[in-house]
Ligand binder design. Sequence first.
Ligand code: ATP
Ligand code: MG
Length: 263
Amino acid sequence: MDNCLEVKNVSFAYGARQVLKNISFTVEKGEILGILGPNGAGKTTLLKCVLRKERIREGEITLWGKKIISYEQNEIARLVSYVPQEIFIPFSFTVFEVIMMGRYPHHSPTSFETSEEAEMAKAVLRETDTWDLSNRFFNELSGGEKQRALLARALAQQAPLMLLDEPNSNLDIRHISQLLNLLRKSRKDRNATLVFVTHDLNLASCLADRLILIKEGSLHAIGKSRDILTPSSIRALYDVEINMIEDPETGAPIFTYPLDIAR
Ligand SMILES: Nc1ncnc2c1ncn2[C@@H]1O[C@H](COP(=O)(O)OP(=O)(O)OP(=O)(O)O)[C@@H](O)[C@H]1O
Ligand SMILES: [Mg+2]
């Protein structure tokens, strides 16, 4: 059983608003899957269904071959880490406390973090450039600083599956490059499986092994990034004209806006 995640015929509605329609796909252990789609297509909702933050009424989601409904919530938190698109933390937690929250699923209610864990958290702080922020209050950080702290929290959790919802949306280019390296390293060192949502076509093409495109809650296309990311598929997904050139060094597609839009 090499499937880490299987989503089978999943439909979901918020009240009367149908958001996901009969979605099916699988993610293999160690795979990096990207999810693209217009605003409101249902990407965040799909991740929340996998995390069981939203309950599906139709279809089935399995993690390592076991239905998510038969897991304890705490077990899911141990197996799946999550970098949310947006977060509201109601109290004044420091960045270090927020990062250590990633370790809670590993503890019994009465146990405290070990010194080994504190060391690991420090390593994560250094890797994500959040060391200097660790004593600051999370709620007082900038958008990009918050995003790095949430990435650090997810990395500290060391879960075999990571779900990342637009993890680069607020990052500067140095930190995007750092994000790419950290995610690749998680796969290389721990064989972590990664599922990420992004609006950045260039990031999707250089990070993902496979992509799924979601349009109006339905699975529009699935396949290898090279086959999926074409001007015609982008046009069909977003209803926009976009130019594609190839990176002369890697052959990876690069997307640019046509001249009449750019000028
Ligand atoms: N809690 C909610 N109650 C009702 N409707 C919701 C709720 N959350 C999201 N929606 C609606 O469900 C649809 C899908 O939302 P979702 O957040 O999954 O989109 P998305 O693909 O992640 O979009 P974006 O790219 O803007 O993040 C949208 O039409 C949104 O308005
Ligand atoms: Mg979203």
